[in-house]
Design a protein around this ligand. Structure first.
Ligand SMILES: [Zn+2]
Length: 682
């Protein structure tokens, strides 16, 4: 083709784009594919070829450029314009009725309330911001206030429109934030796990973990391989001409009009009875539903009533998640074996006669510790009830004692480590421990733990074992000195996979202090405790100094250590943390990590906010900030925002047209702040 054909080519490109967009919508939104994959692929191919010849017509926001992004070094943090909330759960119809009672009480009297029901997808909550119809930012939920910018990865999801134009109407909001769930289908998860197993990589426990893992890939090409989907469920910060939606159901309709897939089952219910019918109906569909779900979200449909009900803690009062009961099955415990973990703790594992629960075959489950076995009264040979809640990892919940034959055997903790032969010791709490620091089982588990906390997905258990056997690594710190040349020479590793491994390791060298501490594998220090420590000390150096203080001065542990003063940290953790940081080998290991380029990033030290212990009520319209922003500021400073005025309220912030809350505050003698006064104390 000659360049002079450009005039003829441009409209063809535009038409191809429009047709591809139409087919995409038909497929993802209407759920009625009137086209085969072949046609879609063929049109996309033609478009690609034309653009190769006529790069001047290339457009970064065009549908064919979904996977054009370059790999990133790291994700950038983004502050959400309004907080992303979580939901309170209801585990029974009774709890649902209690929720309704509270709602009705707060709204006053016997008014009729419409509820909106939608399926609760089990994926990763994300926020998408569109300005003038163009996707400008996509982010993870994070802690609700601050998430990570994953726009490039979200663009690879076909069911997310990159541009709201091209729907014929050309009538899109000036500004809109769309919230929804990025999900992976059950079928894709199965294929992904099959592939991972073959390649010796870690398997994903469920569709939610897989979706989250996929979107946190720094290379959009890798995210694209995962074939994620998206379902929209909420609108925020809407700026548009004409009337804004007054009901949550209308927001759903608007989302659909704008080109977003929404849950096809959603429905308006006139009362709780209809809600329960909805829940029962979906329960029947659920096993065959292509995506992982863990319940139904029920909300008060009217948005004004939602505003009145407000938020309590991290969750809205106007919305609740009904969780389906976990699925159960019975099976026989054929054996109980022992796993030696990364900290040397022995974990008993029940081996079952393989059985089908909630759509997948289960053959083992952790029993956690000897205490748990005794609590259950479990013997080898027992018939047990196993339960699988949301996650793929099952647990034993009950022993069916009536089915015993008398041949069942009591389980005993072994006297010697099955891997290295060292005598087992009884640790603190309920743990039994192999005390041998060089126990090979410990090392292997520790390596697996370390890479999973560092999120080095390329290094699965099989690959780690191989690297160890080949002498490429002796400990976790060696991972960071691996070279491409070391790996690509190994049999079955090509240049490409070696490059991927090195690239990923390189990109994970900087890690927040909390994760770094978690990765160290200190006895009793899991994710939560590691965060508590990191938030208290801020830097690794401060923690090490504090932890090694008692040893230097020779005084009692609890007496001097600052660690002891941290909330949630008990004597067992205190002891294991001080033991850990007083062991030269561990300090040397940390030094080696640092020498090899690992950086434990400083963390903000958690401060008690100025508003800690204060309860606020907002009423009326504020002129300088939205109510959401005001709420965030209060929460950010440690305060709480309540929905109604009582004696326990510290301040009522009154804007223009304050309404009944103002009167109640006056009656109760609660301090009232004008907007000016409020801004001043902020
Ligand atoms: Zn051992």
């Amino acid at each position: 083709m000659k360049k002079s054909d450009a005039k003829r080519i441009q409209p063809r490109i535009q038409k191809l784009r429009a047709e591809i967009a139409r087919l995409r919508d038909a497929y993802h939104i209407e759920n009625a594919p009137n086209v085969t994959d072949d046609i879609y692929d063929s049109l996309t191919r033609e478009l690609k070829m034309l653009l190769e010849d006529y790069p001047e017509f290339d457009d970064i926001n065009a549908p064919e450029n979904r996977i054009a992004g370059k790999p990133l070094d790291k994700f950038i943090k983004v502050k959400h314009e309004s907080r992303m909330l979580s939901l309170n759960d209801a585990f029974s119809y009774k709890e649902l009725q209690d929720w309704e009672k509270r709602v009705k009480k707060l709204l006053g009297g016997d008014r009729q309330v419409n509820y909106f029901c939608e399926v609760k997808f089990d994926g990763l909550a994300v926020s998408l911001v569109y300005e003038k119809g163009q996707l400008i930012r996509g982010a993870t939920r994070g802690d609700g206030f601050v998430g990570e910018n994953i726009t490039q990865n979200l663009k690879t999801i076909e069911s997310i429109p990159i541009s709201l134009i091209g729907r014929g109407v050309n009538d899109f909001p000036d500004y809109i934030e769309v919230r929804g769930e990025a999900v992976l289908s059950k079928k894709t998860l199965e294929e992904l796990n099959k592939k991972n197993e073959k390649e010796g990589k870690t398997l994903f426990a469920n569709t939610r973990n897989a979706a989250a893992g996929s979107l946190r890939q720094l290379d959009p090409a890798l995210a694209a391989e995962r074939r994620l989907d998206f379902f929209a469920y909420d609108i925020k910060n809407l700026v548009m001409n004409g009337a804004k939606p007054k009901n949550h159901s209308v927001e759903h309709a608007l989302l659909k009009e704008l080109g977003f897939p929404v849950d096809p089952h959603d429905a308006i219910c006139k009362n709780l009875k209809e809600v329960i019918v909805f829940i029962k109906k979906f329960e029947k569909i659920r096993p065959d539903f292509p995506y992982g779900t863990d319940g139904v979200v029920i909300s008060v449909d009217n948005l004004d009533l939602q505003e009145t009900l407000g938020i309590i803690g991290k969750a809205p009062r106007f919305m609740v998640a009904f969780k389906y009961p976990a699925e159960r099955a019975t099976t026989v415990v054929e054996d109980i074996i022992i796993n030696v973990g990364r900290t040397g703790v022995l974990t008993p594992l029940a081996i079952f006669t393989p059985t089908l629960v909630a759509g997948s075959t289960v053959s083992k489950a952790t029993l956690h510790n000897l205490d748990q076995i005794e609590r259950l009264g479990l013997k080898i040979g027992d018939t047990v009830v196993i339960e699988k809640a949301g996650d793929v990892i099952p647990k034993v919940v009950e022993v069916l004692v009536g089915l015993r034959t008398g041949k069942e055997k009591k389980f005993k903790m072994p006297e010697f480590c099955s891997v290295c032969g060292t005598k087992i010791e009884k640790g603190d709490l309920v743990a039994y421990i192999c005390p041998n620091k060089k126990c090979p089982a410990k090392n292997e588990r520790y390596l697996e733990h370390f890479v999973s906390v560092f999120e080095i997905y390329e290094l699965g258990p099989k690959i780690l074992r191989r690297f160890k056997d080949e002498g490429l690594i002796t400990d976790a710190a060696d991972i960071f000195t691996l070279l491409k040349a070391d790996i690509e020479l190994l049999e079955r590793f090509g240049e490409k996979s070696a490059e991927n491994i090195i690239k990923e390791i390189e990109s994970k060298k900087k890690i927040p202090l909390s994760r770094f501490l978690w990765a160290l594998g200190i006895l009793h220090v899991g994710e939560e405790t590691a965060r508590d420590l990191a938030e208290h000390f801020g830097t690794l150096k401060k923690l090490i100094t504090s932890a090694s203080l008692p040893a230097q001065t020779g005084t009692t542990l609890a007496g001097l250590s600052e660690i002891d003063s941290i909330e949630n940290i008990g004597p067992a953790v205190l002891k294991s943390v001080t033991d850990f940081f007083n062991d030269k080998n561990n300090l040397n290991f940390i030094k080696k990590l640092e020498k090899n380029g690992v950086v434990a990033q400083k963390m903000e030290r958690k401060k008690r906010g100025r508003f800690t212990g204060l309860n606020f009520v907002l009423t009326g319209t504020l002129s300088n900030m939205s109510r959401e922003i005001a709420k965030e500021k209060i929460i950010g400073l440690g305060g709480k925002v309540m929905g109604s005025v009582s004696k326990n309220i510290s301040y009522v912030v009154a804007g223009v047209d304050p309404g009944s809350k103002f009167n109640t505050a006056q009656k109760l003698g609660v301090k009232i702040l004008s907007e000016k006064e409020f801004v001043k104390i902020l």
